[in-house]
Design a protein around this ligand. Sequence first.
Ligand SMILES: *[C@@H]1O[C@H](CO)[C@@H](O)[C@H](O)[C@H]1NC(C)=O
Ligand SMILES: *[C@@H]1O[C@H](CO)[C@@H](O)[C@H](O)[C@H]1NC(C)=O
Ligand SMILES: *[C@@H]1O[C@H](CO)[C@@H](O)[C@H](O)[C@H]1NC(C)=O
Ligand SMILES: *[C@@H]1O[C@H](CO)[C@@H](O)[C@H](O)[C@H]1NC(C)=O
Ligand SMILES: *[C@@H]1O[C@H](CO)[C@@H](O)[C@H](O)[C@H]1NC(C)=O
Ligand SMILES: *[C@@H]1O[C@H](CO)[C@@H](O)[C@H](O)[C@H]1NC(C)=O
Ligand SMILES: *[C@@H]1O[C@H](CO)[C@@H](O)[C@H](O)[C@H]1NC(C)=O
Ligand SMILES: *[C@@H]1O[C@H](CO)[C@@H](O)[C@H](O)[C@H]1NC(C)=O
Length: 652
Amino acid sequence: MRLLLVHSFLLGFGLSQAAVTVYGPHVQQTFGPYGTVTAASASYTGAAVYNPTTLTPPPVPNPPPPTQFNIALESGNVQGLSITQRGSFFGFSIEFSVVTQVLGRNSSFLQVPFLNLMANIRERAGSVHVRVGGNTQDSATLVESTPDGAALEKDKTNESNPTATPPTIFTAEIIKMMAGISALTNVRWYMGVPFNDTTNFRLQIAEVGEAILGDYLVGLQAGNEPDLYSRHGHRPESYGPNDYTTEFGLLIDAMEKDSNIPNPNLLIGPNLAGVWTPEDVWNTGFVNDYSQQLSALAVERYPTDNCYAQFGVGTPRTGQEMFADYLTHTSGQHIVSSFLNSSNYAQTVGKPLLMFETNTASCGGFPGLSDSYGAALWGIDYGLQMAFSNFSGALFHVGGQSVFYNPFTPPVTNQSTFHQWTIGPIYYSALVVAEALGASNLSQVLDLNPNGGNEFTPGYAIYENGQPMRVALVNYVTDPSGASDYTASISIAGGSTPAQVKVKYLSATSTAQKYNFTWAGQTFGDVFGSDGRPMGNVDIQTVPCDQTAGVCRVKVPAPGFALVFLTDQALSESDEGPTMTFPTTAYTKFENTATIDQAVLATSNGNRGLSDSLAGTSKGRQMSGAFRLRHALPASLGAFLVGVLAVGRLVR
Ligand SMILES: *[C@@H]1O[C@H](CO)[C@@H](O)[C@H](O)[C@H]1NC(C)=O
Ligand SMILES: *[C@@H]1O[C@H](CO)[C@@H](O)[C@H](O)[C@H]1NC(C)=O
Ligand SMILES: *[C@@H]1O[C@H](CO)[C@@H](O)[C@H](O)[C@H]1NC(C)=O
Ligand SMILES: *[C@@H]1O[C@H](CO)[C@@H](O)[C@H](O)[C@H]1NC(C)=O
Ligand SMILES: *[C@@H]1O[C@H](CO)[C@@H](O)[C@H](O)[C@H]1NC(C)=O
Ligand SMILES: *[C@@H]1O[C@H](CO)[C@@H](O)[C@H](O)[C@H]1NC(C)=O
Ligand SMILES: *[C@@H]1O[C@H](CO)[C@@H](O)[C@H](O)[C@H]1NC(C)=O
Ligand SMILES: *[C@@H]1O[C@H](CO)[C@@H](O)[C@H](O)[C@H]1NC(C)=O
């Protein structure tokens, strides 16, 4: 498959204006108008992300999974636990070309819903890991200013060549914007050094990134999917793992000569798409040669692709026929199976292994599947499977308007005053995995394979210091009759049975349901329904245990997900409680002198945003869906943030 450029949009979705460039397996760029969402799915002509297709859930399996089973948790020296994991394990990957849609327009215009979405994760996990990158970053150039004055745009100077993707140019405003987001929500960023030209490396992104982001920059990808370079015409046909390793060395040489890069040891490779095996690269001596400069090893992988429907290449597949494949424990196991040797190898060389880009399916995912409750269950199971398998982080991709799998999607710019964001199932997965792992940095994950290893009823235990803290239970079956609801009887060997456990549910009526899922009673609502803050009252169930029998019986509906907190500490580590959130209505003139109504703070239950707390702010607000920092960073960021962070601490 060669570089493929598609100017008229996707079969079946009828977006005529969008230009979508595909480099192999996934949609890189996603601009375009969208239409109404009220049309029937067959005649739907809007953007993929709002496609109303709803699938039919798979039938109850035959034989059905047993609905009563025991989970006997061991404690102490438990075999098979993962390496210790951080709460920020489940993060996001944002295609570079869409950062001005998702993060904000520039450093003085941040997207409030994005801040809230990150704050929610931070509240549970302590921090959030986000990569901005992808193929569009691999050829991007940091410039002093752009012709149109935007922080990021297509370089149209050479657009006459119809086979070339216009490269992305961007200014330091993008990185200042990221610094502002980090200061507010503790996002830690991965970026990438452009790797398209290894004789003249463009290192400005590393220079400016390190200067502005400091410790918030946690990794620099070097080469995005280099195993596809020759296919896409970016390298000669003979380009192989040894060539990549050699070029990586050239980058290191260039960075070490650059006195403006104080930390040359942030590099991440080889970020393979799957044409080469990771071992192909390990066997070149890659890690031994560059051990000092490598901060992590990484791969990228989607379980399958939907390129045929989107671009007429590859194998035809529909969401309906693929749906059942996702609603089973074997899906996540299958994806990680080819990386188990590498995660073991990574431990022997002392490097974290990251899943740098993933989601339900490349080429945008599947309508009805990628945006279903079933995908949320899959994302939890797959995320925990990666944690169990000794990955150290996994980044779920955000593509923009023309993909089905986004964890979150902003409305197109010219509709942002009357539409809100659309929150997808993978964002719910992220929240759940953040809570499952909690903020202690001590969590170790065990795949319990309960119920005789039944693939429809997976479960995991999360340990800290040899003690089971939480149990994550999935029921993939859709059965409105209730006959497939199951009850897991959890016991703790060598430990006393608690009087009660707390349980949070991720709920929906069917694996095919789109939107309105609830996590512990709270939701991000329908399409266009969210400002990034969970809505509704928190609902945490208390389940009394049978201390005589030594079991806690937890019911999981079909379909359903339950997170069982075995101790109060397990619950408190997973949600430090009310944290700083931001109202969608922007503060146009946010002042350092904002006063805080202490009475409001005292009654804050976590659903309140900063708006509610800032009762004494003298300046008005304006509907604009963006949060403006008052001055350009970094000079005045400090002063501004002192104000904001003081507020944040008080709200906590
Ligand atoms: C940031 O973006 C806003 C909205 O597009 C614009 O009004 C403002 O001038 C921009 N600021 C800078 C410094 O580019
Ligand atoms: C545009 O094309 C000219 C002539 O081919 C070339 O010299 C120049 O480097 C190109 N500019 C960019 C930004 O690619
Ligand atoms: C790499 O990308 C830059 C910016 O898009 C472009 O100017 C340059 O010609 C490219 N170099 C190669 C070797 O493709
Ligand atoms: C595992 O990885 C190591 C390091 O690359 C390699 O030497 C070994 O052959 C691999 N084992 C398997 C079974 O692939
Ligand atoms: C993960 O790493 C731990 C510690 O090395 C090991 O005991 C465990 O078997 C590994 N898990 C998998 C699934 O490879
Ligand atoms: C938004 O912009 C698109 C593309 O420029 C245009 O087709 C559409 O009509 C605009 N919508 C509104 C509500 O202004
Ligand atoms: C967890 O690790 C992160 C990153 O290393 C660190 O910032 C944080 O303070 C740690 N949290 C705890 C509770 O140790
Ligand atoms: C989501 O909930 C809202 C409010 O209850 C309701 O109007 C809407 O129809 C629901 N949407 C879906 C897709 O269930």
